[in-house]
Design a protein around this ligand. Structure first.
Ligand code: OSB
Ligand code: MG
Length: 374
């Protein structure tokens, strides 16, 4: 398909409530969107890089630079027929997975529209609805957290993940487990512990957690494998996994028993599917992580979560948990059974609200293929 233009935008969007992890607090998102225009259709992608390079080495500004000066021009010149061609087109650029995923995912969206099928179907998805969990940030008091959990369970969510760090862990799990002995409960440390905390982390086994997500270094497999030997509770890796090979290394070393797949972190749908398949072949379940996305990234996460081995509830939840006014129509809703139903509309399934996007845009650039004259 011939690419007519790639339009990059940055939007500013305040979250309905701050989100605190072991690495910091986010109040307002700086969202990068790419719109890829081809033959009268528009595919959309959202960059999942954070405002600061605290989750990964990418940030809104590094991704903007790569998209505008490297990846955008490469894509516009090559005009791929399939999203699966993007990794080859971007191969010379090392790393920068979140920037790459922004464009690759837009091409998959475009391709699904051109074929007239839902994105989930193009990806090979099998589920008519996906199970949903919530990720709850660190709060100013345990009472506040308890109120949040109560609200989310009433809304139907099937799994609660608690962000944790030293000082916000066992005393929190104790209160939560005492009140809700049977719920699916997990925690995510975002690399807040060290191997010297192994005895302390072994104490997490008392709380029947579904998993402990990324307790140690963001770039580690080996020490996680040492830690996993000492724990009953399965470890899950998030930050450490950038591609299928990382997943194979982690599985073979015994660094984790569950994998969180994030589209941005692995560079887009092609690698996410490959990683999913490799984990499935080895009996390792996966789930879809979240990065405080708007409806566009959320729609892509929903489509990905329909693949067979996404057997655990993901961090993919309703628009209203993040945004007063999401940039898609309809907004993402979660049923009383804790599921998001897959729409049968072609492409991402959720319409983009152009008027709202225009109002929220703080910078915009258009990339076109070089016109060869004469
Ligand atoms: O580690 O999963 C994470 C948000 C930002 C950065 C990292 C993480 C998260 C979440 C939120 O847990 C998931 C979501 O609700 O989008
Ligand atoms: Mg995580």
């Amino acid at each position: 398909m011939k690419i007519d233009a790639i339009i990059l935008r940055e939007l500013r969007m305040p979250l309905v409530r701050p989100f605190e992890t072991s690495f910091g607090v986010t109040r307002e998102r700086r969202i990068l969107l790419a719109e890829v225009q081809s033959e009268g259709l528009s595919g959309w992608g959202e960059c999942t890089a954070g405002e600061r390079p605290f989750f990964s080495s990418e940030s809104t500004d590094t991704a903007w630079h790569l998209l505008l000066n490297e990846l955008g021009p490469m894509l516009a010149e090559q005009s791929p027929g399939h999203g699966g061609e993007c990794p080859r087109i971007f191969r010379r650029v090392r790393g920068n997975h979140m920037a790459k995923a922004t464009l690759e995912n837009a091409i998959w969206d475009l391709e699904a529209q051109r074929e007239g099928i839902p994105l989930a179907q193009l990806l090979g998805g099998v589920r008519p609805a996906i199970p949903c969990g919530v990720s709850l940030g660190i709060q100013s008091s345990i009472d506040e957290l308890m109120a949040e959990i109560e609200r989310e369970l009433e809304a139907g969510y099937l799994r609660v993940k608690l962000k944790c760090k030293p000082g916000w862990d066992v005393k929190v799990f104790e209160r939560v487990r005492h009140r809700w002995p049977g719920i699916l409960l997990s925690c995510d440390a975002n690399s807040a512990y060290r191997l010297g905390d192994a005895d302390h982390l072994a104490g997490f086994d008392d709380f029947d957690l579904l998993m402990i997500e990324q307790p140690l270094w963001h770039d580690d497999f080996y020490y996680h494998s040492m830690l996993q030997k000492r724990l009953e509770t399965p470890l899950c890796l998030d930050e450490s996994i950038h591609n299928r090979r990382d997943a194979l290394a982690a599985i073979e070393m015994g660094s984790c028993r569950i994998i969180n797949i994030k589209l941005g972190r692995v560079g887009g749908f092609s690698e996410a599917i490959a990683l999913h398949n490799a984990a499935q072949e080895r009996g390792v379940p996966v789930w879809c992580g979240g990065m405080l996305e708007t409806g566009i990234g959320r729609a892509h996460n929903i489509a990905l979560s329909t693949l067979e081995n996404f057997t655990l509830p993901g961090d993919v939840s309703a628009s209203a948990r993040y945004w007063a006014d999401d940039i898609i129509e309809p907004e993402v809703k979660v049923s009383a059974q804790g599921e998001i139903e897959i729409l049968d509309t072609p492409g991402r399934g959720y319409e983009v609200r152009r008027d709202l996007i225009e109002r929220l845009t703080v910078r915009k650039e258009t990339i076109r293929a070089l016109q060869l004259v004469g």
